[in-house]
Write a protein that binds this ligand. Sequence first.
Ligand SMILES: Nc1ncnc2c1ncn2[C@@H]1O[C@H](COP(=O)(O)OP(=O)(O)OP(=O)(O)O)[C@@H](O)[C@H]1O
Ligand SMILES: [Mg+2]
Length: 467
Amino acid sequence: MVTRGRTEEVIPSAARLLGSLRDLGYDFVNAVADIVDNSVSAGATEVHVVLHPAGTDSWVRVADNGSGMAGATITEAMRLGTGQREYSSDELGKFGLGLKTASLSQARCITIASRTHPARAVIDCRRLDLDAIAASDRWEIEVPAAADRPETVVGPLKSGPGTVVLWDRLDRVLGRNDPFGGWSHRHLLKLAERLDQHLGMVFGRFLTGEARRLFPLTLTVNGTKVEAWDPFCLDERTEHLPPHELRVGGGLVRYRPYVLPPQDDFRDDETWRRASGPNQWNRQQGLYIYRADRMIQSGGWSWLRGYDEHIKLARAAVEFWPDLDEAFEINVAKTRVKLPEELRDQLKPLVTMLTRRADDRYRKSKPRRDNPAPPIPPRPTARNDANRPADRPRDPGTGGRPAETPQRPPGGQGTSGNVSESGGSAAAPAGRVLEETARTLGYGTALESIRDELRRRHPEVARDLGW
Ligand SMILES: Nc1ncnc2c1ncn2[C@@H]1O[C@H](COP(=O)(O)OP(=O)(O)OP(=O)(O)O)[C@@H](O)[C@H]1O
Ligand SMILES: [Mg+2]
């Protein structure tokens, strides 16, 4: 039997740890999105974000009309790693950290006010002040007296239940620049614009009501309604490729691939420009990864392949639920996931099929005089293709690591075996295309039998197919 020796409790230094937790990888828009996650989980149908520029007194506020919290619940919510409750299967929270880590990544002071009862106007309030904790080195929050609750924090709760999160002393937002100068003012207004775009993208499915909720969500930034951004332009002439349900461990991942229309096939140029997305057409190609309908990754190929102008019309939704959080290794800021190996193997042929279709649609589109497409180069022969040195591009959307599949060099010299307009391809023997397609549709074994039989009975046909 193993006997345990004497134990000692080692309490972390509040001042040091809270200081370090400010750097978990949030930027401003991701930090606000993490606060909005909590509002959505609390059943809010309205969330209003305000960025108020006022020199050193500038503040940012997120106010919702969700279920609210009583005083003791706010105190518990302020605990790092709060874990007093079970998460439901479609909840956006996971770590018990976001409220604190997201807020502190931007501000030195967080005040929370909340009201739970529609008929009783009781408002509870708590404050976490980083400077006070730095001085005391104790895990303490304040319970502000009624007179010390500014209108900014209690005002939105006068009409009904909900929660207000107020950030002030915005050292990380305003940086070292003169907070009273025009720069800070302009910076906050610019952040409001970026935030509007980001929230429209991340919570798009909640804004349209597509997410499984009772009521759609209304979000505003500085009073302006946030519009949902649909990466797949489903109201346009987008081509829907067959969806797939992929098994990963004990859970399911849904894959929905789309080929978006080229510019001429959009209803107008403004819609086409908006479809381009925050990072523009080329950088927005790829996978859109959703966790419980909330977007975590917007584009990029997660090292399955590199970016390419010719496949910029390819976008696909990859959807998973919190039961697969471990497999996807989601980070605290909910800005990054890693595709499980098991999923990557299943996605590779599907992504190849999608990008071929996108390439085909791109090449068939009429080049515009005001936005000419690069000339289509002669297709490489199988021999010179094999002789090409593999070129390992960087994939900035996924952290700048080399992409696994070589990206086509500028000018569009294809190396990835595109199906030509007549259906054949010098770079990819027809047999290989057939094999990939059969595997994708679940007929891989049947095609292997056909291939073996062809080799026996009609070797010349098998040779033509590259078998
Ligand atoms: N706007 C809100 N309305 C109601 N309850 C809230 C609100 N914000 C936070 N809470 C409560 O506070 C708790 C802690 O929030 P926090 O964001 O720190 O962690 P989490 O959401 O549980 O997990 P994660 O770290 O993944 O975000 C939440 O679980 C929730 O119970
Ligand atoms: Mg949270």
